[in-house]
Each structure stands twice: as C-alpha cells, then as structure tokens.
Design a protein around this ligand. Structure first.
Ligand code: NOJ
Ligand code: CA
Length: 676
C-alpha cells in the first residue's frame, strides 16, 4: 500500500514537473502562424510553433552554456513581456524585387533567473505569415557583462518523418558539397539553410538572419527530428565572446505550403537592419566576362610564366568583347604577385597592389574605361584574412583610383584553416563562419564601401541578408559553383541547381557563374546540362552579378543562343516562382527593373519534364513577343546538350506556355513588351 502511494506521488511529481506553462503567445498578422513561449516548473523556457493551429515545431529548448559561468537555461521566470505590430514597405536599391513588405507581430519577453545570479535574457519573436524569426538579446547587467558562449542550446523540433535537403557542416570543403536528400531522422550535422518538407507537404527552411559579430549556426540532429544549434567554434572554449548588451542573429524558419513559397519570401532581408551606407546608387548590378574559366580548364594559369592567363593582350581581348557585347565588367584573376607555387597554402605571398609584369594594370584600367567597361578586381587571400587586412586599405585605394567598382574576394583554405590575428597579435587558425571571420567580412565590406566598391566573396561566410544593411555586399559563392563542372569528379549533377534554388539561394544571391556552352571539360562527366538550361540559369539563380563564364570563342561561335545572355538583365522589379519542387525542377519569372520586359527560366534535374507556365503575370491587354530558347527534340544532357531551338511567338497574359524540358534541360524566354 505504502509502496503504491509512493509510486503515485512520484508519478504525480513527474507529471507536474513535465507540464510546462504557456507564459506568452503571439500570432502572425494574418493569423497563419503562432508561437507559444512556455516555462516548465524547473524554469526551463521553450517555444513551439503552430500553423493554422496545428503544431509544426514541437516545444523546443532555449538557452546557453557559458564559459566559466553557470549556464543560462533553467530557473527562469517571465519577468516582463510586451508586443507590437509593424508594417512597412521598403525599397531595395537592387534585388529580386523592388519593394519589400515587412509586416510582423513581435513578442518581447524578459526571462530572469529566480535565484542565484538573477541574470536576465530577452527573447524576441517576430511572426510573419510566411515565417518566424527569433533571437536572444543579452541586456546590460552586472552579473553578465562579458558574455562567453560555450554553446547555444536553441532547438528546433520538427517531424522526424519528413524529407530534408542539407549539406554537412564541419567538413573540410566548407559549403561546397552536393545536397543530401534524406529523411529528417537521418540528418547528421547540417549547414543552413536546411530545407524540410513534412509528410503533409509543408515546407520549412531553417536558417539565420543578421549574422554579425557572432558565430555561424549549424544544426545538429539530436534524434527524433530534434535539431540543436551547433555554433561554429572560436579559438578557445568560447564560440562567441562579446560584452553585453548585444543581440544574437535571428534564428529563422521560412514556412510555406509549396517549395516556391520558400523562394517568394523576404523574411531574411526583413530581419536585417536597413541600409546604413546612405546613397548607394554607386552599387551597380552587372554582367561580366573574365579571364577565369580558361584557368579552371587548365588552358592557362593563375601563376606567372609561359601560360599566364592575365596578360595584357588577353585582357584587352576580353575588354573588347565586353564592350562589343554590352557587358559591364571584365574579371581578371591571377593579375597580382603571389600565385606562383602552392598558392592554396601561401596566402602570405599575395600582394594586392603589385601586378605581374606582363599585366599592365594602369593601362588596361584606362583602356577599359575608354571603352565603357570596367575591370572587376580580384583578391584571393587563401583564407589569410589577417594578411589581407594588412593590405586591404591600400588595395581598395588602388582600385578606387583605377575606377574599379567591384572586387571578387576569395578565401580558399580548408575549413578551420582561415587565419586571423588574435587580440594578442598572434595568428590564429579559425573556421570560415566563426565570429572572427564574420567580423573580418564586415571590416572588408566597410573598407570597400568607403571607396564605393562592391564585394563578391568566394569561400565566404554564409549569406544572412546583410546586403540590406551593406548593399555593397553584392554577391557571394558559398556553395558548389560552376567551377566544379570544369574539373570536379563528379561535376555538378543535373539536380544541383534545382537543389540550390530551394536551399542555398534562400540565403541570398549567388555568383554561380553560368553560361557554359561547351560541355566537355576536365571533369569526366563534363557540364551536366543542356545549352538551353545554361541560359535559364540567368533567371533561375538570382545574382546581381552574373558572369558569362565560358571562353569567348564559344560565344563567338554561337551568336544566336548568346543573344539571350546579352539581353538578360541582372536587376529586377518583381520575381515569381511559377512552379517547382525541391531538387526536381523550378520555373521562375522576373521583370526587368528598368523596363517592361519579363524573363522566364525553367530548369529540371535528370528527368525530362513538361511544365505549364501560365503568363497571367503579364500586363493584361498587352502583347509580348516571346523569344524562346528551348531544348530541341533530341536534346539530352548526356548525349546531345547542344540541341537548342530558338523561336518566337506573340503572347498575352491569357496564354499558357507548355515548357518541354529535356533530361538535364531547361528553357529560357524573353518576353518583349509590345504595344497594346
Ligand atoms: C575559388 C573561386 O571560387 C574561384 O572562382 C576562383 O577562380 C579561385 N578560387 C581562385 O581564386
Ligand atoms: Ca569556390
């Protein structure tokens, strides 16, 4: 009897301690999403997310482990809460759409420890109808003035039976991996954005916004569909060190019924601070060609010597081609001293001001200017950020003087092998997405902004929407780019771009470098697409800097398909996803920011498909000449990538186009606005 009573009491205690109390609640403006903040009897906070009342994120823990201080994770009470609503429409200086609506309801909750140090932690949730962001804010307080974060305990509990698209974190090749498609339960440690489709078809993309002076977040599966933040390490036990007050980046979930809904979603930008550079009309989206693919094909070298690519004559030829074909820029890699020998390992050898003797920097910059073209600068650092910072001011001064308005930077180094200078002046090996490198990238962007220069970083830190705050952060790599199809084994598979659109691209623009016409490369598989798909990528993969990446002779030999690359703009007033499934296919329509024409791009994976594209986005009553670049009847990425048909017809908003895409294929369409 007594034994039974004890068991009953024990069960009762368990039931009580397991029951968390909802202490605050907030819904999105249209009542689509809601969040509840709960605190259990031990004072452990958690949050959960519902969509139309149905749970999509089960109660998920919040908190921090600190270095040499008690954790911030239990013993909390809700000390204060407030809500507010916000609704504005802001204008992008450049982008995938001109106007962005930022409409959310916000919950701010202060958690304070009930005893002990009595420390406080603020939680801020912003609910949009198509997504959620939340962050922590460390208030100024006597018992927590210098924060050293050992681990963030934030969790995301999603249905384990869904499907996830993800790339692994903490592997040597940083973000340059092919996407895995697995059950959620089989994810290991994933980078963000990670995209999930639940069994009932809901799409959720997990990422972060406004990653400033903090370390990048990965997601570690801890079983049963539960993910925990896995912050990128720092140089000692702390992953982040900062004096309070400060906010963490926003932890984000874009949530939509369809895959396309994830793309037509401005959550990440909206959670960033407005432009802090003032007039940024000097940041110009542009198309460029370059002395680049030839090195990846090993037809010339970055290093000096008889096969040097960046020679005055070769660059002049590229400037002439750019001027004759309406390109704004010419990228030149291998122009500066430091490429000889093992440049991957010898970042300290790079000079960012001394050209190789066979490259007439001043003369070429002047020649370019005279022809209405500009050189695009290049700073490969091999990840030696400290060495780059030593020279960066002088390097940007030089480029400013020469009228160079955009610079591609590069951080080729294995993960964990970037180098920064520690507070003690010594060189430290760090991760590309750790706090130190995130600080570095902001220093670079600000130094560049002072000279009105835009930056396109390769091997960057992840994109978290900072382009809103620093609009000269114009593009980046941060995924497996086209270069893998020059020399990779395997090269990028046909599904790669249909994966990117719904994962990496949710973070922001990518300098993917499309436009390859000659599919035989050093890679055993070659470029695994049709020619029409290469054209479609200019619409499908958003970037305000788009390269026509192939060798000039391949464009000269194919003037008709090349016309699409000449025509396609890089700045848009509107972008719409017409259809799509993650990793399978997608069709996107975009409107030229400087005109009335629309452009459509569709790509598929290794399957041939027939897609419907309703043109209801066109202005009613207006006629458009559709210039169609489609896969020919025998096109196939394996056997006949070059089979392309180029044809025209007149259409209106009442028409639907049926797009036939070959295996590994695509279709690109320009819709030229005619009179009414
Ligand atoms: C890697 C970049 O992604 C590529 O575009 C560049 O050519 C090389 N680094 C050399 O900087
Ligand atoms: Ca790269």
């Amino acid at each position: 009897m007594i034994g039974r009573l004890l068991l009953f009491l024990a069960l009762l205690h368990f039931a009580v301690s397991a029951a968390a109390e909802t202490v605050a609640r907030i819904g999105s403006p249209g009542g689509v999403l809601s969040v509840e903040l709960e605190i259990d009897p031990d004072g452990r906070p958690s949050y959960s997310v519902r969509r139309f009342g149905r749970e999509v994120i089960a109660p998920s823990r919040l908190g921090f482990l600190l270095v040499d201080a008690p954790k911030l994770e239990r013993g909390f009470r809700l000390a204060d809460q407030s809500t507010r609503s916000f609704d504005e429409t802001w204008e992008q200086p450049w982008g995938e759409r001109r106007f962005v609506r930022n409409h959310y309801n916000e919950l701010r909750a202060r958690l304070t420890e009930r005893s002990g140090l009595g420390r406080s932690l603020d939680l801020v949730f912003r609910l949009f109808d198509d997504g959620i962001g939340f962050r922590y804010e460390f208030p100024e307080q006597p018992n927590l003035s210098d924060v050293a974060i050992q681990d963030e305990l934030t969790e995301f509990a999603v249905a384990p039976s869904g499907t996830a698209w993800w790339i692994p974190a903490f592997e040597w090749n940083r973000a340059e991996y092919l996407y895995n498609r697995t059950p959620v339960a089989e994810v290991g440690i994933a980078q963000t954005p990670m995209t999930v489709r639940t069994d009932d078809g809901l799409h959720i993309a997990f990422h972060e916004a406004a990653l400033v002076d903090y370390s990048g977040m990965n997601l570690a599966s801890v079983g049963q569909g539960r993910f925990r933040a896995a912050l990128t390490p720092g140089t000692d036990g702390a992953k982040v060190r900062r004096p309070a007050p400060f906010p963490t980046p926003w932890r984000t979930m874009q949530i939509a019924d369809s895959a396309g809904g994830l793309v037509m979603n401005d959550l990440i930008l909206n959670l960033n601070e407005p432009n802090r550079l003032g007039d940024v009309s000097w940041v110009r989206p542009m198309k460029y060609v370059g002395v680049w693919w030839e090195m990846h094909l090993d037809r010339s070298t970055w290093a000096s010597g008889p096969r040097h690519g960046a020679t005055t004559a070769n660059v002049r030829r590229h400037i002439d081609f750019a001027a004759e074909n309406g390109f704004d820029g010419v990228l030149v890699e291998g122009w500066n001293v430091g490429w000889d020998g093992d440049w991957f390992g010898n970042g300290q050898d790079f000079s960012f001001t001394r050209p190789y003797p066979d490259f007439d920097l001043e003369g070429l910059a002047a020649y370019a200017r005279a022809r209405g073209v500009q050189l695009v600068g290049h700073h490969e650092t091999s990840g030696f950020a400290a060495h780059y910072e030593d020279q960066m001011e002088g390097a940007f001064d030089l480029y400013e003087r020469l009228g160079i308005r955009a610079v591609k930077t590069g951080y080729v180094a294995d993960a964990g092998q970037a180098k920064v200078r520690g507070p003690d002046g010594l060189i430290r090996y760090v991760w590309h997405e750790g706090q130190a490198m995130n600080r570095h990238h902001v220093r670079v962007i600000e130094a560049a902004a002072r000279r009105r220069i835009a930056v396109n970083a390769h091997e960057p830190t992840k994109d978290t929407g900072l382009r809103r705050t620093w609009p000269n952060m114009i593009a980046r790599e941060g995924a497996r780019g086209m270069e893998y199809s020059a020399w990779g084994n395997p090269s990028n598979p046909p599904e790669h771009e249909a994966n990117l659109v719904f994962t990496r691209m949710l973070a922001g623009p990518m300098d993917y470098t499309p436009g390859i016409f000659s599919m035989r490369t050093r890679s055993p598989q070659g470029v695994q697409t049709t020619l029409a798909k290469q054209l479609a990528l200019y619409v499908v993969i958003y970037s305000p800097l788009q390269m026509a990446a192939d060798l000039l002779e391949h464009y000269e030999a194919n003037p008709r398909p090349f016309q699409f690359i000449r025509d396609v703009p890089v700045d848009w007033s509107e972008s719409l996803v017409l259809n799509g499934e993650v990793g399978d296919y997608v069709t996107i329509a975009r409107k030229d920011r400087d005109g009335e024409d629309w452009y459509v791009g569709a790509v598929t994976d290794e399957e041939g498909r027939v897609l419907e594209a309703p043109l209801s986005f066109l202005t009613p009553g207006r006629r458009y000449r559709a210039q169609i670049y489609r896969d020919g009847a025998s096109a196939d990425y394996r056997a006949n990538p070059a089979d392309i048909v180029i044809e025209e017809r007149v259409v209106t908003s009442a028409d639907r186009l049926t797009l036939r895409l070959a295996p590994g294929g695509g279709q690109a369409i320009r819709l030229v606005a005619l009179g009414r």
